[in-house]
Design a protein around this ligand. Structure first.
Ligand SMILES: Cc1cc2nc3c(=O)[nH]c(=O)nc-3n(C[C@H](O)[C@H](O)[C@H](O)COP(=O)(O)OP(=O)(O)OC[C@H]3O[C@@H](n4cnc5c(N)ncnc54)[C@H](O)[C@@H]3O)c2cc1C
Length: 408
């Protein structure tokens, strides 16, 4: 009898931890596991705001995948998934290669929602992947260089749309980096504007009033122009049109929302905002051999509201997904997924942060430190104490230079 084939799509938080779990649980020769990802590096999506602003070296954000998987049990394949044939149990990769599976894990992460607003797709920048974030940093640097030639003020107006967690984290890094760039290019910093536009009446919509007040004060103190109750209506190459006036700018960083992956479109799989509805075992109910986790999945069972697309959810789902694949192969009882919310923290630069953990409001340096602890904890899970310590002492990994050059 041929060996069971397990294929995992996407080496983000969900895919990496599922691979590790399967590597740990499967006996030698029990199944073939293949992990497929666009790039041969795993990037820390929750840190991409630092790549976008250039405040963290690439070596700390993009890590070589093969270093963190058990290569005796898991094979890594670099490839971009173009479609999935669910009835034929096949994954199609760009270039035409087909990969057959008996069990599939879909963990391909998010796509950015543009809500059909004109010009966003063409002119705005996305904090979506390592590469898209790196593009933002190169663009920002270029605006400083070009300002020296034409003194066009739109070059030095940097606008972040969305003041949710991702938006304020991007702004928090820009307030650190832009003064450094101004100095490097010998441009007075008072020529630089950082604007944060939010459609809701406050920043961090949905957060406690005290968190909103604190974050608003910090951003104000750092010179950020916060424009709440303001909707972006159109983005042009050198102008952003809002319902509260125009913002002449060549940099709109769009952090206004995410949706699931387009790979479910036209497949008949039930989706909500592009996320596949999954059952309590994290399977697609009509396809019991297909599991879906992280930002791709829409999990509501037993919850008042669907779980948000966060790393915290992906990281809790991944081990359950691994256990349930092994349980299905061995015919043992499956685990129901239960989510335990541990809190959420946004950094507002290196030294400030805000959020709630265990129901308590955290702010300032404690919150910033907590955000770092959460990051180190993940690195510990991924690569053990050596990876965590390497990052703590400023090391990182050597693949990042390769990653920075790779396109796609
Ligand atoms: C700036 C920022 C800050 C955040 N901060 C937090 C936070 O503090 N806490 C929190 O809980 N969440 C946070 N999030 C959200 C969190 O990062 C996501 O929810 C999480 O990354 C989802 O994990 P995932 O495994 O589903 O997908 P991802 O981690 O996005 O991984 C998806 C992987 O699939 C690959 N891929 C995509 N398409 C293809 C394809 N067609 N073929 C092959 N490979 C493909 C990608 O390259 C990537 O490696 C943040 C997000 C951002 C952008």
């Amino acid at each position: 009898m041929s060996k069971t084939r397990i294929v995992i799509l996407g080496a983000g938080y969900g895919g990496m931890i599922t691979s590790k779990r399967l590597g740990k649980l499967l006996k030698a020769g029990e199944a073939d596991v293949t992990l497929i990802n666009k790039h041969d590096y795993h990037y820390l999506t929750t840190e991409l705001h630092k790549t976008a602003a250039g405040t963290e070296p690439d070596s700390k954000i993009a890590l070589p995948i093969t270093q963190f998987i058990d290569q005796e049990k898991v094979t890594f394949k670099k490839g971009t998934v173009s479609s999935i044939d669910y009835s034929g149990n096949k994954v199609l990769l760009e270039g035409g290669e087909k990969v057959n599976y008996d069990y599939l894990v879909v963990s391909l992460g998010f796509h950015v929602s543009t809500f059909g607003i004109p010009g966003i797709k063409e002119h705005a920048f996305e904090v979506r992947s390592f590469r898209s974030s790196k593009t933002i940093y190169h663009h920002i640097q270029r605006q400083f260089a070009l300002y020296k030639e034409d003194e066009d003020p739109s070059r030095l107006t940097f606008v972040v749309a969305g003041a949710g967690f991702t938006g304020v984290e991007v702004v928090g890094e820009l307030v650190v980096k832009l003064p450094e760039l101004a100095e490097e290019y010998n441009i007075p910093f008072d020529k630089v504007r950082i604007v944060n536009v939010e459609a809701a009446p406050t920043i961090l919509p949905g957060s406690a009033d005290a968190a909103v007040d604190y974050a608003s004060r910090i951003l104000d103190k750092r010179g950020v122009e916060v424009k709440t109750s303001t909707k972006v209506l159109e983005c042009k190459e050198d102008n952003i049109i809002t319902d509260n006036g125009d913002l002449p700018s060549r940099t709109l960083i769009w952090t206004c929302g995410v949706q699931g992956h387009h790979l479910f479109e036209g497949t008949g799989i039930e989706t909500v905002q592009g996320r596949a509805v999954v059952d309590e075992y994290l399977r697609i109910p009509t396809l019991k051999n297909v599991f879906c986790i992280g930002d791709n999945s829409y999990f509501k069972t037993g919850e008042k509201t669907p779980l948000p697309p966060t790393a915290q959810v992906a990281l809790q789902q991944a081990p359950v997904c691994g256990d349930n694949i092994v349980g299905t192969i061995r015919g043992t009882e499956l685990r129901k997924f239960e989510y335990h919310h541990k809190g959420s923290v946004a950094s507002l630069s290196e030294h400030y942060g805000v959020g709630e953990v265990g129901g308590a409001l955290l702010k300032g340096k404690i919150a910033a430190a907590m955000k770092k602890v959460i990051g180190y904890r993940y690195l510990f899970f991924l690569g053990g104490p050596s990876l965590m310590l390497k990052h703590f002492f400023g090391g990182g990994t050597s693949l990042a230079k390769v990653a920075a050059k790779q396109q796609g």
